[in-house]
Each structure stands twice: as structure tokens, then as C-alpha cells.
Design a protein around this ligand. Sequence first.
Ligand SMILES: Cc1ncc(C[n+]2csc(CCOP(=O)(O)OP(=O)(O)O)c2C)c(N)n1
Length: 667
Amino acid sequence: MEFTAPNAQILTFDRKNHSDEILLKLYESLIIPRRIEEKMLILLRQGRISKWFSGWGQEAISIGAVNALAADEFILPMHRNLGIFTGRDMPLERLFAQFQGKKSGFTKGRDRSFHFGSIEHHIVGMISHLGPQLAIADGIGLAHRLSGEKKVTLVFSGDGASSEGDFHEGLNVAAVWKLPVIFVVEHNGYGLSTPSEEQFAFKYFTEKGPGYGMEAVRVQGNNVLDVYDTILRLAEDIRENPRPVLVEAITFRMRGHEEASGTKYVPKHLMEEWAQLDPVDNYESFLESIGVLNATTKEKLNKKVKTAINEALEIAFAEEAITPNLEEELTDVYAPFSQKVISPQGPSTEKRFIDAISDGLRESMEKYPNLILMGQDIGEYGGVFKITDGFKAKFGGDRVRNTPLCESAIIGAGLGLSIKGYKAMVEMQFADFVSVGFNQIVNNLAKIHYRWGQNADVVIRMPTGAGTAAGPFHSQSNEAWFFHTPGLKIVYPSNPYDAKGLLNAALEDPNPYLYFEHKLLYRSISGPVPDSYYTTEVGKAALAKTGTQVSIITYGMGVHWAVKAVDELGISADILDLRTLLPWDQEAVATTVKKTGKVIFLHEDTLTGGIGAEICAWISEHCFRWLDAPVMREGSLDTPIPFAPNLEKQFLPEARFKVKLKELIEF
Ligand SMILES: Cc1ncc(C[n+]2csc(CCOP(=O)(O)OP(=O)(O)O)c2C)c(N)n1
């Protein structure tokens, strides 16, 4: 079966009550991306640009949409939505500089083509993975709902990308939370070379919307008036009556996925038929037929657009290539933030680890009225570990939100909230489940500031660790997955005092955090915790014990294993609790290694590629002169975590560590 679109076979333009001025404005808006496309093809042939994702034939969708929304309503475009960028009046020279990787573009040369956003223009650009866009729109929509702003957010998806789980999650969350988001699916028949019928087994997306409990409408994607009128009508309604709507825009991709890939897989007759439905030519003919556009105006407008494009291109080409600035590259990984550590005031109370976490979260909720908590069962139920017990009653359902079972969408929504100036805390029910939200963390949250200067004010709480015979999917240590990703910060407290202080610190910082909390420590340890709000310094390790014979560097449960082993062996050791894993405290590590000359790293995580591997390599390189013995490591076995208690015990490093520690002392 070939991609045919019966309702798009004839473009039926209806001017309704639109003034000539509006009709001409849409025309001018529509020819800008087309004239840019034409120019880009020439430049590509001349080898002056390297890659181009064409939206030729689909321009009416972007132009109808961008003109239908208010300038301060967010749009989240994809790779075929040049018209969104031009429609928001981005200076063309900056846009071209962006395409050429020049400094005056939107990403300082760090990301390509349409992979950027600009808050000034209320545009949030995509990452290559396509589907994650939808959840960010949810977060922006949620922010609008929470603040009572009557605004619509519009996000695009291709028909191919709709096969991604993120599409489902994004629509489902929007439907359940009644978010004012318009999901526009550009149904253009192909995802790269794969035709729609190999992508999904339904014909129209309008069949899909109702399955989510969502209204769905189909428009002629090549008809700018149909798109414009439909979005205009929906947006007006949604602003007053917030809810998501799916808009299916039937269209066709007239060029290759990107220029180099060609269109050989597309039957020739389809190309010919769709060429008859060209959105620019047809609208032009319509305007001429009703006397709104004449030859003079047409020429004048086209000349104006072409001149603007040529002038902007000259400026962009004249700009010299970026000169790398190492310091700027490193600095821009994080949003600027200088922590001012807040010391506790007044008395302390003996508290369990879990209560300290709950305390910190509650105090941060009081301190930041813009902090939103999201997670599975965290509402009335209080979370599976009861950390948010009573929170919903105290702070209300808007701020303490039970979520559907969709980690990816919720983390993405956290980013959307952050774009609107909110803070978000996302509770993973178990740290293991973060794997299904992994992409949003490592590709969106972690990279967005470096890419285009947007911060991600999101803390992800990670109930982690083994020792409860919970098997391979409720016991993992997965901090190393994130340790390798620039742009994230990772904290991992080992005692109640730090649990509260580090959580408050993470929630204060506008950068994305993973906050690891060991489940076995929740109710097994307690200690004095100040009653007042305070923060613990991020990036600063602390000595859990001081000694002279050896340095044990560790974190989390490792601190407790190390203290026990040292006591049992009767040795004198520095036990350095890292507390922050990213960025980790190099100074404290060097100081203790230089002091004792012997070092062993201990972590609960499996050994290969663990955090110990990185830090031990650093010690070997930077502290070699002070070492009296090989740098040693101990961690869990390189196997998945087994369920049976005896197997789990063997898996964990506690016993092996003690033997190795003794060896090191005797070396
Ligand atoms: C997660 C992921 N898988 C694969 C790709 C490669 N890829 C980029 S665009 C694309 C096709 C997308 O099709 P569709 O969503 O219909 O958008 P269109 O390109 O047709 O506008 C593919 C497979 C990707 N970018 N991300």
C-alpha cells in the first residue's frame, strides 16, 4: 500500500473572514522558508554547506502553526520546521550562523542545524532522538496550568517518531493531566526510507487520539489556511479550556531525509502527484485567483525576502570560524551557580536516614514555592518508602503529583517545568527504573545548558543499592552510568546529616542532579540532624574516620563497611566519604593519599568501569610519588545482582574488601 492522502488530493482554500493583510502576511511568511530552502540547495551543490534537512513541501504546517499562536507561546519544532524559526522572526544571519556552526549562532557552534532553542523566541529545539520533545511540551503546559497562564504550547512529531515510546508517554501524560498542549503530527508518509505502513498499522492519527482520551483533528498539511484556522480555533479554545489535542497534518516530504540520502525509494508518481499539491504554489495561485496577490506585489515580496536571505548569508559566511576557548567550553557545561553553604541553626534531633531525607524535602518545599514533586505513588500513598507521606495533604496535589508509569515523560516534563522557571524533583520508585528515563537525563538534562544555555533545574531521587534480597531489578547501583555524562551532578550521602544537607543543596542548585539514597540505610541508621534548614557543600568529601596507615576512599554503604572493617582489623585509617561523585573532590583525595601513601577504593557498584576505576587512575597519575603500594579497588562482582541472600552476600564486596585491606596494610 502506498501513502495516499485522499483528503489532501485537492487543496480547498477558504479565506473565511481573514483580511487581505493577514492573507498576505501568511504568504510572506510562507515564502521565507521556501526561498531559504532553494538557496540551501544551491549552497549544498557548491559545497558551501555540509548537510541540510529539508522541509520542502511541508512549509504550510509550520507557517500556519507559528502564525496562529501568540509570540510568547512555546513551540517545540523538529527537523523540518524551518518556518517556526523564521516565523518567530529570528535574525536570519544568526540562523545561518547556527547552520554553519559559527559563534553568533544559537549554540556557539556546539550543535547543528535545528538542534537548539531560544527562550527569547519561545522555541525549544529538539535533540536528535525526536520523541523526547513531547514530554518537554507537557512540562511547559503543566507550568502554564499551575500558574494559571492561559497559554497553549505546540509540539511537533513526525509520523515515524510516533513509534517511539516517548510519543505514547508524552500524549498519555498530557491527556491524564489535561495539559494545554497541541501535538502536531506531520504525517508525510515516510520515516527516512520506511513508509508509514511499515511503521504503524493504522491509517490516520485521528484514530489514535481518542485512544488517549484526546480530541484529534486532521488538516490538509499543504494548505496554510487550513492549518492556520485549525490551530487558531483550537488555541483559543484550549486557552480557556485546557486540554491536549492531537492535530494530524497530512503532507509529503518532497526531498530526501537529508539531502545526501535522496528519494529513490519513493514511487515517481507519488512525487508527481504531491508536486501538484505544493503548499507555496497553490496558496499563491489562490491569492491571485481572489485578487489579493498581483504580479507586482508577488515580485516585491519575493525580492524583499531574497535580498534579506542573501544579505544575511553574506554576514554569516563572513564570520570567521570559531576559535576554541577551552575555559568557556568547560564552564558552559553547567549553569552558573555559586553555592553559599547554609549552616544549621538551633538544636538537632536524632533522626533516621529516611526521616532526614523527608525533612529536607519538606523544608525545600517550604523554601521554594515553585518546587514540584513528581513520582509514582508519591501522592496519598506517600511513595513506596513513605518519604512523601503527608506531603500531598500539606502542599496540595498540584505540587505533589502522582504520575503515570512513565519515567521518560516525567523527567522530560521536569525539564519543561524548568524552562518555565519551576524546580522539579522526580522520584524514581527504585533507582533501577531510571533506565527507562535514561535518554532524557543523559541527552536532554545533561546537555541542554552546554548546547544552548538553558538550565535543567531537576533533581532525580534514586532509591538505590542492595542488601535487601530484592534481586536484579530492585538492587542495582547505577551511579556509574551517569558519572560518565558531563553536565550532571551526582550526590550520594552516607549519613542522615548529609542526606538532608545534600538534598537541600541539590534542590537549590539550578543544575540537574542525581541524588542517590541507599534503601538499606533508610531505617538502619540514625544520627543527629539539625531541625533547621541547612545545606551541605557540594563537591566536598568528608573524613568519616581519620588514621595513618591507609586511605579508604568510598561513599554510601561503603563508608559503613569500611568503618566496620577498620574497627574489626584494629587498624588506623583515613576513611574518605566522597559524598559528591560528580564533581568529585580531587583535593581531598590527594590529601589523604599523600598522608598515608596507601589507598584502596571501595564501592558497592560492580567493579569494572566503576567510579573507583576513574579515581584510582587519577590517583596513579597524580599521586604516584607518594604511593607506597599499588592502588587497590574492591567492588561487587561483575555479574547482575542475584536474589538469594547468600548469593547476594557473595556478590557484594564487603568480605573481599576486608581481605584486600589487610593485604594492603601488610604490603
Ligand atoms: C531514536 C532515534 N532513532 C533513529 C533516528 C534516525 N532518524 C532520524 S529522523 C528519522 C525518521 C523520522 O521520521 P519522521 O518522524 O516521520 O519524520 P520525518 O523525517 O519524516 O519528518 C530517523 C529514523 C533518530 N534520530 N533517533
